[in-house]
Design a protein around this ligand. Sequence first.
Ligand SMILES: [Zn+2]
Length: 353
Amino acid sequence: MSFATMTDDERWEAMRRRDKAHDGRFIVGVLTTGIYCRPSCGARQPLRANVRFFADGAGARAAGLRPCKRCLPDDVGRDEAAVLAAIAAIKGSEEPLALADLAQRTGYSPTHFQRVFTRHTGLSPAAYARTLREERARAALSDAERVTDAIYDAGFSGPSRFYGHMEGRMGMTASAWVNGGKGATIHWAVVPTSLGDMLVAATDKGVCRLSFAEGREALENRFPAAMLVEGGAEFEALLKEVVDAVETPAQGFDHIPIDVKGTAFQEAVWRELRKIPAGETRSYADIAAAVGKPNAVRAAGSANGANNVAVLIPCHRVVRSDGSLGGYAYGLDIKDELLRRESAPAQRRLGEF
Ligand SMILES: [Zn+2]
């Protein structure tokens, strides 16, 4: 679809949906701010009267507009090439590839690459690789006589790692997950918050996904055979608590149930994250030491990044040893803002999930 074949109404609708598929097809100029963006930009959306559409960045610049520093609209082509190259590398590799390794191939910094990749695919590179391995395991299991062969074929180093990874995820047994997660019902919604659009999804056991700038598609990729139900009375009550927690995190949110499953190490890291009081931060080294593996600083960072439930498992409270913010799956603006909100002193209970 070229610029000329779309109407402004269609562009406006694509922009309202923050539809990534339209990145590169047109540019959104905001006359009041003097900024131009890609259609999927996560920044607050302007009034239609203030928007003008352009075919490309050159057109927007000619009209006196500047590129948005958040969505970097002139990098769309480069981003797509970087994401495609990374996907090819992930698919072609037997072993999980480190974020730094993937980023280096694309010429982006790890933080920026992670953001670009997540924006395009709805998954972090680590989660994408994990999902790919799980899909391969499921596909192999459906016609493999021998389960162990399927596990090795899918790139896991052995049965214990496979089951350590799969068992009980989403509250299901490994066999239920192998069958595509059939039987699990996930209620979900995308709600506007002061931090941008937030996706909240929950099983009957608790919140299984909290993320920003994601929609149904990302949820389907993550839980391909679960039944997805938008809204629902009980879910709405939980959703309200979650939104309150995000808007005023200093008041604590240990009462909100969480339903997550990772490897034993990931879960240990997530449990430690839940123990960091609001208003305080820890380094990756602190977390690695707290789970009894002081040398596993990088693995602690990966487990932090594999967190499915942002805010409620407060991975934003982990910063670099030098005190700088480090990375965040949904952008440093959100991390910075969450930490700012939490710096207000508050009584808080410590809890487990
Ligand atoms: Zn933008």
